[in-house]
Design a protein around this ligand. Sequence first.
Ligand code: C2E
Ligand code: CA
Ligand code: CA
Length: 746
Amino acid sequence: MRQYNKLPKQALVILGIALVLIISTVLWSSSRITQDVTEEVQSTLRDVGTQNALILRQEIRENFNLLYSLADEIGQAGNAENITAITGQLQSFVITYEFKRIGFVSPEGEVVTTDGYIQDLSSREFFIEGMQGLPGISNTLQDRIGTPEPINVFSIPVYDTDNNILGVLFATFRNQHFQEILSVQSFNNQGFSCLVNQDGEIISCSSNAPSSLLEASSVYRYIEDADSRNDRPLRDLSKVLSGSSPASGSFYGDGQKYYYHAVALDNLRNDRQWFVLTIVPDQVLSTRSTPVLLQVRLLILLIILIAAGGTLAYVHSIQIQRRQLFRLAYVDPLTGGDNFACFKEKMMRHNGDRGFYVALDLQDFKIINNTCGVAKGDETLIEVWKIIQSNIHLGEFSAHINADRFILFLRDKDCRTLGPRLQCLCQDLCNLSTKLNIPRVFPLCGVYETTDHREVEQNYGKAVQAKYLVKGKRTAHYAFYDELDIQQLSEDRLMEDAFDDALKNGEFQLWYQPKVDPVKGNILGAEALIRWKRPDGTMLSPGKFIPLFEKNGNITTLDEYVFRTVCEQQQKWLQNGATLYPISVNISRVSLYYSNVVDKYKEILGSFRLDPKYVPLEITESATIDNSDISSLIEQFHEAGFTLLLDDFGSGYSSLSSLNVMHFDTIKLDKSLIDYIGDENGEKLLLHITQLLQSFGMTITAEGVETSAQVEFLKNLHCDDIQGYFFSKPLPLMEFEAFARKHTGL
Ligand code: C2E
Ligand code: CA
Ligand code: CA
């Protein structure tokens, strides 16, 4: 049926928006975090770099300060002996300042050192520069005297009191000290530092620097060898090293990126600028950002899970709601099967398919409910539903509408093949009474065939109308929709509904058809025949409504009404001094079934104090066949003084056999017998019948006489009176009175 399992559109939209938001949040927060961490790392890098520079600066300055104060002392001494004497005292400074040695170089290049080396250092750069009055720190050198190790030489010129250069004082500084200062841990020991001069030559590196850097002599070379993408970084670095302001940059190496911060140490000489490069690999970034990112991602995952859970719960609740709505809308609560709305939807999707709508219900289902209880009634309906289900095929549909009403859509070849199927289904349903121990179940089906399923309700309505064709009859279980039958049915309905008012309003009129003496031609009596004059002026003949009223029982009232009206009329004529003729009245066989019919008629007659001979009673021949008690009724009517006529004699087939028991006074020969006149055999038959009847002492009335030949023939048969169009049609009261006056025979 409906796609109630599908995700609702809103849920999809919400989920989509949520996903987009979440994904963009993840991306944004990740880049934000990376950026923050980068900034943080760079700022730490700057701090560490500045700090390193500060310490190194301090160290260098202290060393120079010492050398300057020593140089002062030597200058004051003024000669070499003094100098040699002083060097002995210098030993204590060597220890305090952790120098390898302190030495003095005479202008001749002779050196005296605290560790006792005497050597010619006249070719050394620091000596030459010192003798020119320039202080300096050398690049990293390999110590030529003493233990071979990297050293840096601090040197200053020594002046005497007259400002003449006495020589150069130097201190050999173990490069390892720079390395120790640079090796202060940073960034979890992932960061390292490097001391370089303005030409990129490496003075010292922290011990944790990559081995390729430790082995390199130039930072440029190291960077150049590290990665081919370093052209630009090299240019940048060279710019940094040619200036003196702190600056940051980056380069590639070992497959990753390195950030550095360079701070100039502001050595004593501008042409000898040293820089501390503090370097950190971007791995530090990920080390720092990964836990944060992980936390953020976990948080986001949690949010996604919560959001997804919420959405799922929402969708689930909507689906439950939809299912409930679907059940309410399309499922019949009693049978659990389809309801009418569901049936309609299905049918509309099969528009154009030929098939039969069957409206099915159980006659007198109320009785089951009333006598066995509602629960049993429900059980019956559920069983009915099951039987319907077991009788329908693939592509056929059914639904419980309400109460005991069901609808089916069956696809059969035609009415002839469908009939037996329905009979079978109804038989199964009839068997329910024994199965469930309930009063008789009598299913009724109305069938309407169509290919148009756009108006399912109307189709069902037609099937229901067809059902009324069999309702109440208990003769057949099903009827097919027939336009004419249905029209008749609806006319019948209208007449049934109008009956009471029509009676009250005097719409039923009596017309009188004279009975005439065939010999003399004068009036002998008449038959009262009913007509229904509808308020719109149409006149209905009894053939239209008598059969209906015989079916629904109204005929008894109507017959009584006619009888009473005739009595009343006779009384009027009597009072008016008119000649009274017997006016016969018809009694339907249905009216005879009432046990007190004789008493009733006697009572009415008594109320008008009328001789019963003026109101003979016509009883239809067929009535005598149905009712075995008819002879006793005739007896009673006779006892009450009524004259009885056997109506329509000859229209049935057992007329003669019923004669013995029926002691009628008059036999009315039916028009069908009269129509034999002119036919030799027919005339013979008529002759013998009349003779036979006359031999029983019965009088004979001929009915439906239309020609003078018929009159002639009947006259010869000694027929007592003649009723027929030849003399007169049934006449309204006034015209009948005129006829009677004209044919008194007086
Ligand atoms: P019915 O009792 O056999 O009445 C005679 C019918 O034959 C009348 O029809 C009458 O008009 C018609 N008829 C008389 N002469 C001729 C003729 O020469 N040619 C032809 N073609 N027809 C002729 P109507 O009045 O239409 O009545 C039809 C039937 O309705 C009656 O048949 C009777 O069975 C029933 N009916 C009429 N009035 C009443 C009534 O008050 N109570 C009951 N229970 N039945 C009535
Ligand atoms: Ca009659
Ligand atoms: Ca008749």
